[in-house]
Design a binder for this molecule. Sequence first.
Ligand SMILES: Cc1cc2nc3c(=O)[nH]c(=O)nc-3n(C[C@H](O)[C@H](O)[C@H](O)COP(=O)(O)OP(=O)(O)OC[C@H]3O[C@@H](n4cnc5c(N)ncnc54)[C@H](O)[C@@H]3O)c2cc1C
Length: 342
Amino acid sequence: MRVAVQGAGIIGLSIAWRALSAGLDVTVHDDNPARGASNVAAGMLAPVAEAYFGEADLLRLSLASAARWPEFAAGLGEVGYRDDGTLLVGRTGDDLRELARLFQLYADWRLPAEKVDPRALEPALTPRLRGGLLTPGDHQVDPRRVLAALRERVPVSATPPGKVDVTVVATGAWTGQPRGSAIGLPGGGAVVGLPVRPVHGEVLRLRGEPSIRHVVRGYIDGKYVYIVPRKDGEVVVGATTAERGFSTRVTAEGVRDLLDTAIEVLPELADYELVEARAGLRPGTPDNAPLIGRLDPRTIVSTGHYRHGVLLAPITAEVVTSLLLDREPSVDLAPFAPGRFS
Ligand SMILES: Cc1cc2nc3c(=O)[nH]c(=O)nc-3n(C[C@H](O)[C@H](O)[C@H](O)COP(=O)(O)OP(=O)(O)OC[C@H]3O[C@@H](n4cnc5c(N)ncnc54)[C@H](O)[C@@H]3O)c2cc1C
């Protein structure tokens, strides 16, 4: 069976890799490969810290994918997979109340989380912190290394597909948006009617000698920031959230807020080199969960992964490959049906 995957982000490339391994004839088509949200993402694999009220189906999918990440990463070589866990830290009374609310949610859902003194685990954090939680099962990976490894394993073409049996739509925030691109896919590649929208997010990349091992998520005076330390000295600081259409402009205010809050949490960052400031477009959906399923006998959709596309890549690749092979997926896809909003 010949399969065209439309979109070379982490979702499209992961699907292609798994489908190729299953013996299918697959090519990915994208005139600007690996330059979308996946290239900007921090790479947190955080089913617990990202768990939120009312998102139980998404949590189940996230836990299933997190469990698959070690094997997925091992198959790709050195991609910065790190399992040191995640620390959630707070400073003011309101910050601590937010952490307590999350802790109760994790307890209700029996997710692994414990109350800790953040500075006992990471002495370089500011002494002004007053409480913290550890979610030991929340890990990280370097998405740029993942994209590079996938591109070595998967054929990517900048031209439109010829005749294929099935098309997999993995065009992220651009799904539903005729891009008028040179690639000339039908309708500019759009699947009209799918409620996917771009959600703007800014991240910074700094370089130094991080003395922390854990991913740190700071709730500081009502502001939120995360700090992701890599073994190679890169530290990713993110992320803002805004509805700005398809603009990927980085604003001075966004950068200032991220730096102020991150340095407040981890003072050593003030001496780091600021290497990059970028904005990416998360593919958002009305219920924050992805759209995965068959649209018609020759079209499968896999998009709308919003804040979780890196985390969800292994399970998405697995279930879409099952659909391509006409096999029962390992998880119930009903909550993620592309037509659930119509
Ligand atoms: C600031 C930020 C931080 C994030 N941090 C995390 C994180 O820590 N952990 C996590 O799990 N997730 C994170 N995310 C979310 C994650 O990045 C996305 O969910 C994920 O990258 C979506 O992957 P994708 O392959 O669907 O989309 P993209 O990576 O955006 O790829 C879509 C691709 O489709 C192509 N395309 C578009 N239209 C067409 C067309 N007509 N024909 C062919 N190709 C087309 C584009 O060129 C692009 O290459 C973050 C996102 C942002 C913005």
